[in-house]
Design a protein around this ligand. Structure first.
Ligand code: PA5
Length: 448
C-alpha cells in the first residue's frame, strides 16, 4: 500500500474504546457512500474514478499534452479553486519547489497558472513571461461563469488571437468544462476548441484525477498511468469498511475524535517543501467540505523545518487547540552529502559523511517527539516517495478520508454554499445588472 496511517503518537490522546465506539458509524458512512445513498450522492463519481474513467478522453488528454509540449514553451492553465489547485499541487509535488525554473532550464514546457486571483500585477507579470514565447491555454471551469478565470481567459484568448490569428489560435486553446452546458462549453463548440469534461458527478475539489488535473499534470511531463494506478490501488485498499484495517477511515476517525475533544485546528505538516501546494489542496478539500453548519476543524499547514522557526513556538507551547498530521515522505534518493570542514567553524563536523536525508529524518523524529511531549497529538501519514504512484494513492486517501470525516461530522462534504456570499457582494459592488438594490445597501455600509 502506498499510503499508511501511523497512529503511534495518537494513542496517548485517544483510547482504543473511543475508536471502537465510532466503528459502527464509520461502517454506516462507508455503506452509504458505496451504496450511493449518502448525503450529496450526486457528487460521488470520484469514488470509482480511478478505474471508471472515460478511456477515449484519457487518450485524448495524453495526445493533447504531447501536442502542447511540442508546440508551446508555456502552458497557461486558467482556473480557480478545485479547477486549479490539484493540478498545481500535483506538479509541484512531483517536480519539486523549483519546478518552473527547472522545466525552463531543460527547455521543456513550463506550466503557469492564471485566473486564480484578481491581482492585476500577477497577470501583468505572467503576460511579460509569455512575451516572445509560444504558448497555449487550458481554461478550466465547470460552470464557465466564475469571474476570475473568465476574466483571465478573455485576456489570454485575445492575446493568442493577436499573436497567431484567430484560426491558428484555435489549436492552442483547450477547454475543460461541463459536458453539455455553460458559456465556456458554448464558446468552445462555436469556436471549435478541443474540450475535455469535468464530470457531472464530481465536484471541483475532488476532480484532480479527471481531465481537470490530468491535462496540466501530463503537460508537466508526469506519468498519468502510474498516477491513476496509484489511485486505483488506494481505492481498493480503502474499500474495507472495517475501521481497524482501513487507513483512510482510521485517519478520519482520529480527526473526528480529536475534534470532539476540543481540538479546533488540524495542522498538516510536512518536511518537504515540494509538498507546500499539496497542503493548499488539502486545505481546500477539507475546508470546503467540512466548514459548514458552524462545524469543522480549521485546516492549516506548515512546512518544516522552515516553519519550526516561525510557528514552532506556538505549536510547542501555545494554546492547545491543535493536533498535527505529519506527512512523512520516504527518502527520494536525492543524495546531498555533507562534507568535512577542516576548521569546523559551524561545529557541524559530527555530520560529515552523512547525507541531508539523514539530517531531515532526525529532524522529523525529533520534532514529532517534542510536539507529542508538548501535548500535541500527532498522526503520521506515510508515503514511500514523491512518485506518481504515491501521489495517486495520497490524493485518493485524502478524498476518501474527507468523505467519511464529513459524514461523521454530519455535513454534506460535496457542497460549498458559503462561497456564494463574497461573489454576490463583489458583483453588486462591480455594478453587475440585477444587483442594484444590494449595491446600494453595501455602498451605504462602506460609506458609514
Ligand atoms: O471545489 C469547488 O467546487 C470550487 O472550488 C470550484 O472548483 C471553483 O469555485 C471553480 O468553479 P468553476 O470550475 O465552476 O469555475
Amino acid at each position: 500500500m502506498s499510503v499508511c496511517f501511523n497512529d503511534r503518537y495518537l494513542r496517548d490522546f485517544v483510547a482504543p474504546h473511543e475508536l471502537d465506539y465510532l466503528a459502527p458509524q464509520v461502517r454506516l458512512a462507508h455503506d452509504q457512500l458505496h451504496g450511493g445513498s449518502c448525503v450529496g450522492n450526486d457528487f460521488i463519481g470520484w469514488v470509482t474514478l480511478p478505474a471508471d474513467y472515460d478511456k477515449e478522453e484519457y487518450a485524448r488528454i495524453k495526445a493533447a499534452a504531447a501536442r502542447i509540449r511540442q508546440q508551446s514553451k508555456i502552458l497557461v492553465v486558467i482556473g480557480i479553486g478545485g479547477s486549479y489547485l490539484g493540478a498545481r499541487a500535483a506538479i509541484e509535488f512531483l517536480h519539486g519547489a523549483f519546478t518552473t525554473a527547472l522545466a525552463d532550464k531543460a527547455g521543456e514546457t513550463v506550466v503557469y497558472f492564471a485566473g486564480n486571483n484578481l491581482s492585476g500585477s500577477y497577470l501583468r507579470d505572467l503576460l511579460t513571461l509569455c512575451e516572445g514565447k509560444d504558448f497555449s491555454v487550458n481554461v478550466i471551469s465547470k460552470s464557465g461563469t466564475t469571474t476570475e478565470p473568465a476574466l483571465a481567459f478573455r485576456i489570454f484568448r485575445e492575446l493568442l488571437e493577436k499573436k497567431y490569428g484567430k484560426e491558428r489560435a484555435r489549436s492552442r486553446i483547450y477547454c475543460t468544462t461541463d459536458r453539455a452546458k455553460g458559456p465556456l462549453k458554448s464558446l468552445a463548440d462555436r469556436e471549435g476548441y478541443e474540450t475535455f469534461v469535468v464530470p457531472d458527478d464530481i465536484g471541483g475539489r475532488y476532480s484532480v484525477l479527471s481531465a481537470v488535473g490530468l491535462l496540466p499534470i501530463a503537460v508537466a511531463g508526469a506519468d498519468l498511468d502510474a498516477l491513476m494506478a496509484g489511485a486505483a490501488e488506494m481505492m481498493e485498499a480503502t474499500r474495507d469498511p472495517d475501521l481497524a484495517h482501513n487507513p483512510a477511515y482510521r485517519y478520519a476517525a482520529y480527526r473526528h475524535l480529536l475534534g470532539m475533544k476540543g481540538k479546533q485546528v488540524e495542522l498538516l505538516a510536512c518536511h518537504e517543501p515540494a509538498f507546500q501546494l499539496m497542503a493548499e489542496w488539502y486545505k481546500q478539500l477539507f475546508g470546503e467540505s467540512e466548514g459548514k453548519d458552524h462545524k469543522g476543524l480549521f485546516p492549516a499547514s506548515v512546512i518544516f523545518s522552515t516553519d519550526l522557526h516561525s510557528m514552532g513556538q506556538f505549536i510547542q507551547e501555545g494554546s492547545r487547540l491543535l493536533f498535527e498530521t505529519v506527512v512523512d515522505i520516504g527518502d527520494d534518493g536525492a543524495s546531498v552529502p555533507i562534507g568535512e570542514d577542516p576548521e569546523n567553524v559551524d561545529g557541524l563536523n559530527f555530520l560529515a559523511g552523512r547525507d541531508y536525508a539523514f539530517v531531515s529524518r532526525k529532524a522529523l523524529e525529533g520534532t514529532l517527539l517534542a510536539h507529542v511531549s508538548g501535548g500535541v497529538p500527532c498522526g503520521v501519514i506515510e508515503i514511500p516517495d514523491r512518485s506518481e504512484r504515491s501521489l495517486g494513492g495520497l490524493i485518493y486517501f485524502f478524498e476518501k478520508a474527507c468523505a467519511i470525516s464529513g459524514a461523521l461530522l454530519g455535513v454534506n462534504p460535496y457542497n460549498q454554499p458559503g462561497v456564494e456570499s463574497y461573489k454576490r457582494n463583489m458583483f453588486a459592488l462591480l455594478g453587475k445588472p440585477g444587483y442594484e438594490s444590494l449595491r446600494g445597501e453595501l455602498e451605504a455600509k462602506l460609506a458609514d
